[in-house]
Design a protein around this ligand. Structure first.
Ligand code: ADP
Ligand code: MG
Length: 616
């Protein structure tokens, strides 16, 4: 029998290794950007075509490579960044494994040009399938340009595995942002299919954050800065009012490396506790610097987890730093403070919040404003806070704990009918609908009554209306008399561009206007004039919220977002006419009983059950 074990040829070994490092265009983007940062560049340009599938190019003005280094850089385990294992514990560069270029050269056609400062000419190398095709001298500026074409041209299985262009582009934008955010003193640009998506001038961290996430954050960032012998933290958190439905704008960097950490995220969320709704997410971009010996970055290159020597200290530190900043911002009046001066001088605003005060303040209409603006008192004293919460949200019957009492036995499910159609058959009286708590509509027929949740019901109505619109019955548009422009963060531009066609059917006529701007030419007839912009922003927000959910198509996400956004909210007083048409439209729906997300729209109560309650 012959021996059967043999060494794999380099190109195959590299291809296999590449599978770990380069999973999609965005992973190559990350590696190339990090190399440019490590090379000390002050200007880094990223160019992609077809979401990186046909071209990814990074051009930097960093220190460049010699002829030999340029060739060596494509060898596996070839790096200039560490010499021995000790170096791993005080690593200052983004890369150190020496795997990225070797991997890239194994799965794409690569052209590298590089020139060092004192060299008269640079060198140009062409390489594919891990084989150098040619190397020659080239005239160029100092720095390096790497262009990788036709990613996975030789690994069709991987190529087929890639997602749609918009989706791959979004991954690229994410990676770009993570690098650009941690190096505000480097100029970055991103050009996609010839269109410049980002142009980030050098500046402060705050300027960089605003450039990336959009102007709306400009006056709404609270600075965080705390230095100790063990670690430093700096960065910004968004004021509570900027909290969004999406987790999107949350960034942690440890020693300038973007990381994902549910644990540290929890620490920040804890600092915001009670200031924001339970299902909203504050913006943050926080940088933690600590001795590299205290962290283990020797994890998988594409994973963003990190191990701290002492996790608990980091947690406590992050939480208290953020709390501290939030407390400071709410005590110190700022320019965008909204209460007028007569109100600001009231005791309720200036004095600490005591047990006594609670009662007196609660009865005034100021109470709500107060509870949102002056959170500082609450931050300092958690136990008081708990109390305050109970007070603010009047006790609700606790499900299950006191089964059997009168109030409990009125729960909807005891009465609700197995099938919504039963009540359907007898006509509802829509001539005199009662609205309770500006939220619930009560409609009766001979068999009983139903209680409709107005927001849930409207969401269903809109959802089905929009679905029909996309099936070819476009929604009526009202043309804007004075077309507004809407300026978006570059990431949102990418998203909105994907949606323009469908939005047109749904009554939104938008036209791209310059780089990050769209002109609103028309909106659906039932969107109030003046709130078009907010409507669009909220819709995008919700759309991104759904984006992490892979099971929905783009259209489905759009439908759900719009329906959610445009639905009448709970708490809004409705006229008889509005209630009547809502109820009628609801029961013309294909699935009137649930929202698109599966929440009930109404509960039905039989008259006979009511009778029973009263011994009849
Ligand atoms: P690593 O970054 O882990 O060292 P890479 O495969 O990414 O491994 O790069 C290999 C080497 O090539 C680097 O150590 C660096 O010396 C050199 N190199 C890569 N990109 C650049 C660049 N843009 N400018 C200068 N040198 C570079
Ligand atoms: Mg590298």
């Amino acid at each position: 029998m012959p021996d059967i074990i043999h060494l794999l040829p380099d190109n195959i070994a590299n291809q296999i290794a590449a599978g770990e490092v380069i999973q999609r265009p965005a992973s190559a983007v990350k590696e190339l950007l990090e190399n440019a940062v490590d090379a000390g560049a002050t200007e880094i340009k990223l160019i992609v075509n077809d979401a990186g599938k046909s071209l990814i190019q990074v051009i930097d003005n960093g220190k460049g490579m010699s002829d030999t280094d340029a060739r060596m850089s494509f060898e596996r385990h070839a790096t200039s960044k560490i010499q021995n294992i000790e170096d791993l514990f005080h690593i200052k560069t983004m890369g150190f494994r020496g795997e990225a270029l070797a991997s890239i050269a194994a799965v794409a056609q690569v052209e590298l040009k590089s020139k060092r400062e004192n060299e008269t000419v640079g060198t140009c190398i062409e390489i594919d399938n891990s084989v150098v095709r040619k190397q020659e001298a080239v005239a160029m500026q100092q720095g390096t340009s790497i262009a990788m074409k036709n990613l996975f041209f030789n690994v069709p299985a991987r190529r087929n595995f890639l997602k749609s262009n918009p989706s791959e582009l979004r991954h690229i934008v994410d990676e770009f942002i993570r690098v650009a955010m941690s190096f505000p003193d480097i100029f970055f640009s991103l050009t996609s299919n010839g269109q410049q998506v980002f142009h980030l001038e050098r500046g402060t961290l705050k300027q960089r954050i605003v450039q990336i996430l959009g102007n709306s954050y400009n006056a709404r960032l609270v600075s965080v800065q705390e230095n100790t012998d063990y670690m430093n933290i700096y960065g910004f958190v968004g004021k509570p009012e900027t909290a969004k439905k999406t987790r999107g704008d949350q960034y942690f960097f440890v020693n300038n490396r973007f990381i994902k950490s549910a644990y540290l995220n929890h620490a920040v969320m804890g600092a915001f506790d009670e200031m924001i709704g339970r299902d909203s997410f504050p913006m943050y971009a926080l940088f933690i610097d600590l001795d590299p010996a205290q962290v283990d970055i020797n994890v998988h290159p594409t994973k963003q987890e990190i191990k701290f020597e002492d996790e608990k200290i980091v947690y406590a530190f992050v939480q208290s730093a953020v709390k501290h900043s939030l407390a400071q911002f709410s005590i110190t009046p700022t320019l965008d403070f909204e209460l007028d001066s007569s109100i600001q001088n009231l005791d309720a605003v200036t004095k600490p919040f005591t047990e006594e005060r609670k009662t007196s303040v609660a009865s005034s209409s100021l109470y709500n404003t107060f509870s949102q603006k002056h959170q500082a008192h609450f931050i300092e004293n958690r136990s008081e806070l708990k109390h305050w919460k109970d007070f603010y949200e009047p006790a609700r019957p606790q499900g299950g704990s006191n089964e059997g009492n009168q109030q409990q036995s009125l729960r909807a499910q005891d009465f609700s009918l197995p099938d919504h159609t039963v009540l359907h058959h007898a006509p509802f009286s829509v001539s005199d609908i009662a609205q309770l708590h500006n939220t619930y509509l009560v409609v009766q027929n001979d068999a009983g009554f139903i209680v409709i949740h107005q927001q849930n019901a409207h969401e269903r109505v809109l959802y089905e209306r929009f679905m029909k619109a996309l099936d070819g019955k476009p929604i009526a548009t009202q043309q804007s008399l004075f077309p507004l422009t809407i300026e978006l963060a570059p990431t949102d531009v990418v998203v909105l561009n994907e949606l323009l066609g469908d939005l047109n059917y749904l009554g939104y006529h938008l036209e791209p206007f310059g780089k990050n701007t769209f002109v609103i030419q028309g909106t659906p007839a039932d969107v109030d004039q003046g709130s078009e912009k907010t409507a669009l922003e909220k819709m995008l927000e919700q759309y991104k919220h759904f984006s992490s959910d892979l099971k929905y198509s783009k259209r489905e996400k759009l439908l759900r977002s719009l329906a959610w956004q445009q639905a009448i909210k709970a708490g809004k007083a409705l006229t008889q006419k509005e209630m009547k048409s809502l109820v009628e439209e609801l029961f013309m729906c294909t699935s009137p009983n649930i929202t698109p997300n599966g929440k009930p729209t109404y509960s039905a109560f039989k008259k006979t059950e009511l009778d029973k309650l009263f011994g009849r």
